[in-house]
Structures are given as structure tokens and as C-alpha cells.
Design a protein around this ligand. Structure first.
Ligand code: ADE
Length: 225
């Protein structure tokens, strides 16, 4: 999978992709992430990529021309399955959407800033609009990092233990059950006996029951779905 992220603050995206799982995924050749500085496509030598909103009002609007040029450059090299715009008024991201994105090959993610992008960008180029939650960030970069992380970690082969993504919270519509590690007792706090029993079918049953109970308590809406 190849993910191209278009941003006017590309430095914000240096760190998330150069550590741990996302770094390894790229080293293994399972995912490629390329960040493109929108200012390289600015309309003038001052690096302009935004302008005042027609009709007035506070806040700058990202212009269509730099975005058009950047997307056209990318499209000239390969076909894209999705062009995603990160925006608080997009569809709220969930595991189901992440799973669908993870099946694609080439994705562009456009990060919004200021008051957002000229509406014609959304009409002409964007295939999906995604929000990472009902709150406003200062730009789409952190949202793009969240989306790319969630997608890349479930690409087969990225996680060492292939089953571990399948037992994540949300993958089966349930929150994950509690987990414990050594020591079996710490300052009088004991691990549930069943986990030490070695009885795998019983442990699986216990985990399922715990997952259902946790979901019922914390996210009953998931059970209704
Ligand atoms: N840009 C600003 N806020 C955002 C959000 N909640 N999700 C995605 N992109 C955003």
C-alpha cells in the first residue's frame, strides 16, 4: 500500500512514520508513506497557498490551484483508489472504515488547515471525507497520521503476531478483554485464576465473556449495532 499525504506543514508528519510499527512496515516494504509539501505548489514566489474567503469572514481558505497541481502530479504517476480529505465535518472514522481502506493500494490524504479548502476541491477531487472525532484540530495532519496508522497496522504481515490485529477492540464489534502479565501477584493484586489454568478453551470463553461485559458497561451502543 502507498499513502501520499499532502500537507502545508509536512514537518508535523515526520515523527509518526519513523518509529516502531509504522517504520517497520515501511522497512519490510509492506507500506510506503510519502509526505508532500503543498507549498512547493504555491501560486507565487511568496509561497501562497491560501487566500481570504469570498463574501468575507474570518479565516483563510486553502486555494484550489496548488492542490490541483499536487494531485495532478501524483495522478500522473499512478492511479489512486481514494482521495481522502481530513475534516471535522467528514464521516467519523471507525474500525469498519479503516478495514475497508486497508484493502486499497494507493491513497492520497489531503490535510486541511485554516477554514478548510475551497469547496471546489471537495467537489472535484475528493472521494472520502474523514473526521477523527467531534472536536476541531488545528490541521488535518494529526488526523492523517491517525488514519494512516490505523490502516497500516492491519496490513497482513505488519504486526508480528498476525492474529493480534484480529483480537483488537472493535474488530469483532466488541471491546478487547482485560490482559495481564507477570507477576501473577503484585502487592496482593492477583491475576484471575483462569488465566493461569492452561485450559485454552475455558480461557477463550472467559475472554469472550469479559469482552461482552466490558462492551455492555462502556459501549452498549456497539452491542446494539
Ligand atoms: N481537521 C481538523 N479537525 C479535524 C478532525 N476532527 N478530524 C479530521 N481532520 C480534522
Amino acid at each position: 500500500m502507498r499513502i501520499d499525504i499532502i500537507s502545508c506543514q509536512p514537518d508535523l508528519l515526520d515523527s509518526p512514520f519513523s518509529h516502531s510499527i509504522l517504520k517497520r512496515a515501511q522497512q519490510k516494504g509492506l507500506a510506503e508513506v510519502h509526505v508532500h509539501d503543498l507549498r512547493k505548489y504555491a501560486i507565487n514566489k511568496h509561497g501562497q497557498i491560501d487566500d481570504y474567503a469570498f463574501g468575507g469572514g474570518a479565516g483563510m481558505v486553502m486555494m484550489i490551484e496548488p492542490i490541483d497541481k499536487c494531485i495532478s502530479d501524483l495522478k500522473a504517476e499512478r492511479e489512486y483508489d481514494a482521495i481522502v480529505y481530513m475534516t471535522p465535518d467528514g464521516q467519523t472514522l471507525n474500525q469498519n472504515t479503516v478495514n475497508q481502506f486497508s484493502l486499497l493500494h494507493n491513497i492520497i490524504i489531503l490535510c486541511g488547515h485554516y477554514k478548510g479548502v475551497d469547496e471546489r476541491v471537495r467537489q472535484q477531487f475528493i472521494t472520502h471525507e474523514i473526521s477523527i472525532g467531534d472536536y476541531v484540530l488545528s490541521g488535518g495532519e494529526l488526523g492523517a497520521a491517525v488514519l494512516a496508522d490505523a490502516i497500516i497496522r492491519i496490513i497482513p504481515g505488519v504486526l508480528n503476531d498476525e492474529t493480534s490485529a484480529l483480537t483488537d477492540s472493535f474488530q469483532d464489534g466488541l471491546l478487547a478483554p482485560p490482559v495481564y502479565t507477570r507477576p501473577a501477584e503484585y502487592k496482593g493484586l492477583k491475576v484471575p485464576e483462569i488465566l493461569l489454568s492452561g485450559d485454552t478453551p475455558k480461557i477463550e470463553q472467559w475472554r469472550f465473556e469479559q469482552a461482552v461485559e466490558r462492551t455492555r458497561q462502556r459501549r452498549p451502543d456497539l452491542l446494539n449495532e
